[in-house]
Write a protein that binds this ligand. Structure first.
Ligand code: C5P
Length: 218
């Protein structure tokens, strides 16, 4: 039986995580936050003192991640790291770690295992291109870098974390460049993928667009 997958890819801080989660909740589907896996791999590596250049050691860490995705929290080695992995430090480290083919390979099956009845909404950079190429709906969710920096700023403030908007914008631009220009699984708008620019949309409007696209094909 074909299990429907909705792939939502896009650059950092585009809002794809929130949109994907809400679409999943509306449809009663499972949800995969693939970026969290790269963030967890980076965090686990940093905690073990592994250099972010050591591809082999990084892939070992990625392959043996002891992670639990509970309802509202993510646990690494039985510690709640839900907020820790959202830091800019972890995001930047994740983007470095994610450029290594061995790391991506180590996380591939773990991602595919999320595809279970009745369906899955998966967000990341290569959900539609690599992990779930047969996804029934592929969306590329984006917004201008300035809008994304503002959204990330607001998000960090709400979590009581320290942030500077100029630094965030610079980080976002660097991360965009790294994620889009890497040789393996780059972030790209692929054929058959719907472009959804959320610069002037709020979350509810973005969620509705995705649900409409899904309703048209299901
Ligand atoms: O989406 P998020 O910002 O949490 O992802 C963190 C980093 O993980 C990204 O900058 C990207 O380099 C990497 N990533 C990836 N492929 C995915 C999801 C995330 O390379 N499917």
């Amino acid at each position: 039986q074909d299990i429907p997958v909705i792939a939502i890819d896009g650059p950092s801080a585009s809002g794809k995580g929130t949109v994907a989660q809400r679409v999943a909740a509306k449809l009663g589907f499972h949800y995969l936050d693939s970026g969290a896996l790269y963030r967890l791999a980076a965090l686990a590596a940093m905690r073990s003192g592994i250099e972010l250049k050591d591809e082999h050691a990084l892939s070992e860490v990625a392959a043996h991640l002891n992670v639990v995705f509970a309802d509202a929290e993510i646990r690494l080695d039985n510690e709640n790291v839900t907020d820790v992995i959202r830091s800019e430090e972890c995001g930047n480290a994740a983007s470095r770690v994610a450029a290594y083919p061995l790391v991506r390979a180590a996380l591939l099956e773990r991602q595919r295992a999320f595809c279970q009845i009745p369906g899955l909404v998966a967000d990341g950079r290569d959900m539609g291109s690599v992990v779930f190429p047969a996804a029934i709906l592929k969306v590329f969710l984006t917004a201008t870098a300035e809008t994304r920096a503002q959204r990330r700023y607001k998000q960090l403030m709400e979590k009581g974390m320290d942030a500077n908007i100029a630094t965030l914008l610079q980080d976002i631009r660097e991360r965009d460049a790294r994620d889009s220009n890497r040789s393996i699984a780059p972030l790209q708008l692929g054929a058959g993928t719907h472009l959804l620019d959320t610069t002037s949309l709020d979350i509810n409007q973005a969620v509705d667009r995705v649900l409409c696209l899904y309703a048209e094909i299901s």
